[in-house]
Design a protein around this ligand. Structure first.
Ligand SMILES: N[C@@H](CCC(=O)N[C@@H](CS)C(=O)NCC(=O)O)C(=O)O
Length: 177
């Protein structure tokens, strides 16, 4: 019996989650060294290609999932630096220099002169522009398909994400009281 698109998408997400978990166990994802003495340049100068600063949250994972898709489709390599948001590393000066909003995810593209990108949806669109050369995951600029893609990206970015975020501590109703 044929599987529904939703079921196939869920299976694919399950596979990607397993890949991400096994990456996390291997050395390809590394913990950040001492942050007290860090500067932006010391955190990025030795890296080549794409460097993703992230943590295991929905906004972080959506970028990791797309990077894994690009890796599977094109062999795009990237490195990951874990930013434990519970320790407020993301508010330190070196990180604010990468993302003025002091939040994960953030991306530095060392193959494009260390170009910095913040906001998860902007990172997805940046990756699509520069790394989805055959438009396997994106659409012709100006096309109706692209417009539909943007509608759903804006809906998830401006609607679902912030709404769900309000359900988490310390912003939920009980904590607000
Ligand atoms: N609109 C931003 C939201 C980023 C965001 O809220 N990141 C959270 C984790 S999902 C974070 O870094 N929280 C730590 C903090 O607010 O200091 C995006 O989509 O990138």
């Amino acid at each position: 019996m044929a599987h529904s698109p939703q079921r196939l998408a869920l299976q694919r997400l399950g596979n990607l989650t397993r890949i991400l978990q096994s990456n996390q166990r291997s050395h390809s994802i590394r913990s950040s060294p001492s942050f007290q003495t860090r500067t932006m340049s010391s955190s990025t100068e030795n890296e080549k290609g794409l460097l993703l600063y992230t943590w295991s949250t929905p906004n972080g994972r959506k970028v990791s999932i797309f990077l894994e898709e690009l890796k599977a489709a094109y062999g795009t390599n990237y490195s990951v630096e874990k930013i434990d948001i519970n320790t407020n590393i993301q508010k330190e000066d070196w990180f604010i220099a990468i993302n003025p909003n002091g939040r994960i995810p953030a991306l530095v593209d060392n193959s494009r002169n260390g170009f910095k990108v913040f906001e998860s949806a902007a990172i997805l669109l940046y990756l699509a522009s520069h790394y989805d050369k055959d438009r396997k995951f994106s659409f012709e600029p100006g096309s109706d398909d692209e417009s539909e893609m943007l509608q759903w990206i804006f809906f998830t970015h401006g609607g679902i994400g912030p709404m769900q975020g309000q359900c988490e501590p310390p912003y939920n109703g009980m904590n607000a009281i």
